[in-house]
Design a protein around this ligand. Structure first.
Ligand code: UDP
Ligand code: MG
Length: 311
C-alpha cells in the first residue's frame, strides 16, 4: 500500500492538535492508503509538545520533530519536508483551515499523474476586509515584479510527489517563499480551489511582522526589479537635473535673471538625498540577504522536545 506523509507545522496549537489528528485518522480510514503524520513543533510554548508526545505514544503513525526555537512557518515546513519519506507528501496547517476532507481530491489528482497538486484559497471565512485587500494587491505586485508566476490565493496546502520533495530538498536558501519556489520548479502541476474555514481554535500565529517579512521575502526572492527601480529613478533624476541646469543657464545668460534660488537647491538636495537613500536601502535589503546566505547557517535546529517537567 502507498504511504502518504502528512507534514504539519504547529506553533502553540494545543487546542487544535487532537482534533486535527482525529480528522486525519477519519479521512484515511475511508481511503486505501497508509499515512504517517509528521508534526513539526515550531518551538511551541504552550502544551503542544506534551500533546504531541501523548499522540506518538498512542499511535505509532504519528511522529513529531521539535525545533529548538520558533523558526517560522516556512522553515518548519522545510524541516518537515526534509524528513517526510512517503510516496507522496501533503503539507497543511494544523488549525483546520486546510480542510482534511480535501485530501481524497488531492490524492485523486496525484493518481491521475500530477506531481504537484496545489490548492488555491478562494476565500477565507471570517477574514478581515483589510487582509483580503492587502493579500490581493500583494499578489498583483508580486506577479508584476516576479520572474515566475505566483498564483493569487496560493496556499501552503499541497500534495507533492516524493520526486518533487527530493528535488525541493536541494534548495537551501534561508529567505524562502515556498509557494514561489515550488511553482518555479516545473514538474506536472495542477490546482484545485477551496474555501478556507475559520480556525478551529486559537488565534492566527502569523503576527503582522511575520506577514510583512514573508511578503518582502516573496518579492526579494523572485525579483531583482527593486534594484532596477533604483536605477530607473536615478536615470530619471539625472535627466531632470540636466533640464534644471539648462534652465539655470538660460535664465542667467539669456534673460540675465539669476534668482537667488536657494529653494530650488534645497529642494533638489532633499530630492536627490531621498533617492540615494531609497536606492541604498534597496541594496541593503539584498546585501543583508546575501549575508544571510553566505553565513550558510543551518535552516533550523532540532531539539529534544522534552516537556518542561521532564528530567
Ligand atoms: N506556524 C508555525 N510557526 C509560526 C507560525 C505559524 O509553525 O511561526 C504554524 C501554525 O501553527 C499553523 C500554520 O503554521 O499550523 C499556519 O499558521 P496560522 O494558522 O497562524 O496562519 P494563518 O492561517 O492565520 O495565515
Ligand atoms: Mg490558519
Amino acid at each position: 500500500m502507498k504511504i502518504i506523509s502528512v507534514v504539519v507545522p504547529v506553533y502553540n496549537e494545543e487546542d487544535n492538535i487532537e482534533h486535527f489528528y482525529q480528522s486525519i485518522v477519519d479521512v484515511f480510514d475511508k481511503l486505501d492508503y497508509e499515512f504517517e503524520l509528521d508534526f513539526v513543533d515550531d518551538g511551541s510554548k504552550d502544551r503542544s509538545r506534551e500533546i504531541l508526545r501523548e499522540l506518538e505514544k498512542k499511535d505509532s503513525r504519528v511522529q513529531s520533530i521539535f525545533l529548538a526555537k520558533n523558526s517560522g512557518h516556512q522553515l518548519a515546513l522545510t524541516c518537515g519536508l526534509d524528513h517526510a519519506d512517503g510516496d507522496a507528501v501533503i503539507m497543511m496547517d494544523g488549525d483546520m483551515q486546510h480542510p482534511p476532507e480535501l485530501i481524497p481530491t488531492l490524492l485523486a489528482k496525484w493518481e491521475e499523474g500530477y506531481e504537484v497538486v496545489q490548492t488555491i484559497r478562494k476565500t477565507t471565512e471570517g477574514v478581515s476586509a483589510l487582509k483580503k485587500l492587502t493579500s490581493a494587491y500583494y499578489y498583483k505586485l508580486l506577479n508584476m515584479v516576479s520572474s515566475v508566476h505566483i498564483q493569487e490565493g496560493g496556499s501552503d496546502f499541497r500534495l507533492m510527489d516524493q520526486v518533487v520533495v527530493k528535488a525541493f530538498r536541494r534548495y537551501r536558501e534561508h529567505a524562502r517563499f515556498i509557494r514561489g519556489m515550488i511553482g518555479s520548479m516545473g514538474f506536472k502541476q495542477t490546482q484545485i480551489e477551496f474555501v478556507a474555514p475559520k480556525r478551529f481554535a486559537g488565534v492566527s500565529k502569523f503576527s503582522p511582522k511575520k506577514m510583512l517579512h514573508l511578503a518582502i521575502d516573496g518579492v526579494m526572492a523572485f525579483s531583482t526589479l527593486p534594484l532596477r527601480i533604483g536605477l530607473y529613478i536615478g536615470v530619471g533624476c539625472g535627466l531632470l537635473s540636466i533640464l534644471l541646469i539648462l534652465h539655470v543657464i538660460v535664465s542667467k545668460f539669456v534673460f540675465d535673471d539669476a534668482v537667488a534660488g536657494w529653494a530650488t537647491i534645497t529642494a533638489s538636495i532633499l530630492f536627490f538625498g531621498g533617492v540615494q537613500l531609497t536606492v541604498l536601502g534597496i541594496m541593503g535589503e539584498y546585501i543583508s540577504r546575501i549575508y544571510e546566505e553566505v553565513k550558510n547557517r543551518p535552516l533550523y535546529l532540532i531539539g529534544r522536545g522534552k516537556p518542561k517537567d521532564e528530567k
